[in-house]
Design a protein around this ligand. Structure first.
Ligand code: SF4
Length: 235
């Protein structure tokens, strides 16, 4: 049974373990009640590669918001082919998206934070919650140094909003650690990363950044940094 006390104990015992050791602990223990929620970003590609080596039939899922870059769809195929796996693709429930678009327009996310969050809710959060409802443990590619909103994450934490254990095996990794693993292990990654896109979300809400800019600066670039979460990682 997953609970807050268990998450604390596991964090204490695993906080200095390697990502592979953390995954090797959780994957066989929770079987189909654990999954990586992959955004197809660099960190999640690293975790997918590690997971495929440790337990090939472990669950990896991603969310097709309907507004992704073509390169994201290509990456799903390339990753499945490379590791001989099948990434589960969750789509948003269509009535929610149709209602949002009917009431606000197809690109309403530029108009206000509220409308942007409402779009993220029907296109991302709804399918995410549906996927999470099948789990006891949620694996994420979050890193503490990724954003001002992520500095206090732990390797294992209790997600009170969703009532499950959240595991961040790469919490202590730097961006350099991620790239080193990608290169050494020839992990497939989104080609947009080589074109100035360090963090990739939906196409209309992601732009390339200039050298020296914060790595999340290209996501929802019209908003202040403290608002730049879509609600997937409410803390
Ligand atoms: S990132 Fe943009 S397009 Fe994607 S769900 Fe959020 S607001 Fe909508």
């Amino acid at each position: 049974m997953a609970n807050e006390e268990l998450a604390k104990q596991l964090n204490e015992s695993l906080k200095d373990s390697t990502p592979e050791e953390i995954l090797a602990y959780f994957l066989p223990k929770y079987n189909d009640r654990i999954a990586l929620a992959s955004s197809l970003g660099l960190e999640d590609q690293v975790l997918t590669a590690m997971i495929a080596k440790i337990k090939k039939d472990a669950r990896v899922f991603t969310i097709d918001t309907g507004r992704l870059f073509p390169e994201c769809y290509q990456l799903i195929d390339r990753t499945n082919d490379k590791y001989d796996i099948k990434i589960e693709v969750y789509s948003p429930e269509h009535t929610g998206v149709e209602k949002y678009v009917r009431e606000n327009g197809v690109n309403a996310f530029y108009q206000s934070i509220e409308k942007r969050k409402a779009c993220c809710h029907c296109r991302k959060i709804e399918p995410l919650l549906r996927a999470l409802s099948t789990l006891d443990v949620w694996i994420c590619g979050l890193r503490a140094s990724q954003a001002v909103t992520r500095t206090n994450i732990s390797v294992v934490e209790w997600d009170a909003n969703n009532g499950l254990i959240k595991v961040n095996p790469l919490a202590k990794w730097s961006e350099e650690d991620v790239w080193k693993y990608i290169k050494e292990n020839r992990v497939p990654y989104n080609k947009l990363h080589d074109q100035g896109f360090p963090s990739i979300g939906c196409q209309p809400c992601t732009r390339a950044i200039d050298p020296g800019e914060d790595i999340r600066a290209g996501r929802w670039w019209w908003e202040d940094p403290e608002h730049k979460e879509c609600g997937l990682h409410k803390r």
